[in-house]
Design a protein around this ligand. Structure first.
Ligand code: UGA
Length: 334
């Protein structure tokens, strides 16, 4: 099976490369702007990596889409701070650049496994978000936080339309707050361009205050990267699931951001043999992100589709996931 992975050095990409390189049944072709997270796999006989920008190396990409069985385009900006500060960059990369790839996949009638997002459900009020019945609820257009969700949603719809016309086969997967080592860099977290897990860990490592947006009562269902990658490999390996959409998340790990901060402080104090001396402070959404932000208060996946078709369910406990993430960043601190 030949697989093209675009964005192979990113959080999902590098963990997927690590997993697939261990098995000789896959021939992998991959591109990213850099390769620091996948150095050790570069000499694997079944892994071909090219350093490059998906917006520049069009010929290479089109050629490899034609050559491969499965295309997994993972290149995207996925941090809320950038949705608000630079929405056009998000649109250009997450939508426009990926649309070109989807069109080539359709041209050569290939299979795409596309990373949609939990964010497509927006402020949906369902207790558990379902792939086929939940409404996608976004705020007004001047709230640019939703540009990521809207970009992904429209690409989901384009892929489905091509699929219905028989131009490609597809699966969409929706990660729900995957966490683990290499989620964001500490430099990104320092600039506020990381996800909450890495921002909080950066604060702990540097004795900076932790900011709870709106008091941190909003919650997320955190999912271990290893569970996420196992689901993704399940999708790759199945050839009778064309057209299916999968939420990949851990409903048992739904906790408030305030609770996350408390657990992280507790575990940091134990694992680092240091004491966090910063404070927990509260800011409004507006103070923290600016006027273009709007939050999601509860986000829990319905994972019955993945259980049924992939014979998958998440196994890693939140405490184990948090510990291994802290331990990784303790080694990375700068
Ligand atoms: C994320 C991102 O949009 C994507 O990475 C991804 O597609 C998606 O979720 C997912 O993986 O499911 P979100 O969960 O809102 O969205 O992003 P975070 O930056 O991790 O924020 C989580 C919560 O923590 C938000 O309510 C935010 O306001 C809060 N937060 C963040 C704080 O209270 N303090 C901080 O310092 C940072």
């Amino acid at each position: 099976m030949t697989i093209l992975i675009l964005g192979a050095n990113g959080f999902i990409g590098n963990s997927l490369v690590e997993k697939l390189c261990k098995e000789s049944k896959y021939d992998l072709y991959a591109m990213d702007l850099s390769s620091n997270n996948i150095e050790e796999y570069k000499d694997h006989s079944n892994f071909t990596f090219v350093e490059g920008d998906i917006n520049i190396n069009s010929e290479w990409i089109e050629y490899h889409i034609k050559k491969c069985d499965i295309i997994i385009p993972l290149v995207a900006i996925a941090t809320p701070n950038i949705y608000v500060k630079d929405p056009l960059r998000v649109f250009n990369l997450d939508f426009e650049s990926n649309l070109k790839i989807v069109k080539w996949v359709a041209k050569y009638n290939k299979r795409i496994i596309f990373p949609s997002t939990s964010e497509v459900y927006g402020m949906c009020s369902d207790e558990n978000f379902n792939e086929y019945s939940s409404n996608l609820v976004l705020g007004p257009v001047h709230k640019s936080r939703w540009i990521y969700s809207a970009s992904k949603q429209l690409l989901d719809r384009v892929i489905i339309a091509y699929g219905e016309r028989g131009d490609l086969s597809y699966n969409l997967f929706r990660p729900f707050n995957w966490i683990g080592p290499r989620l964001d860099t500490l430099e990104q977290a320092q600039l506020g361009n990381g996800r909450v897990m890495t921002i909080f860990i950066y604060n702990l490592l540097n004795q900076k205050d932790i900011i709870l947006v709106d008091g941190g009562k909003q919650s997320r269902s955190f999912t271990d990267i290893d569970d996420g990658i196992n689901a993704l490999v399940g999708i790759i390996d199945k050839n009778d699931i064309n057209g299916k959409i999968f939420n990949i998340g851990n409903p048992k790990n739904s906790i408030s951001i305030k609770k996350l901060a408390t657990i992280l402080i507790e575990r940091y104090n134990i694992l680092s043999q240091n004491r966090y001396s910063g404070k927990i402070k509260i800011k409004t959404q507006n103070e923290f992100y600016g006027n273009g932000y709007e939050d999601i208060s509860v986000r829990v996946p319905d994972i019955n589709e993945a259980k049924k078709h992939l014979d998958w369910e998440p196994k890693v406990k939140l405490s184990d996931s948090i510990d291994k993430t802290i331990e990784y960043y303790l080694k990375q601190r700068f």
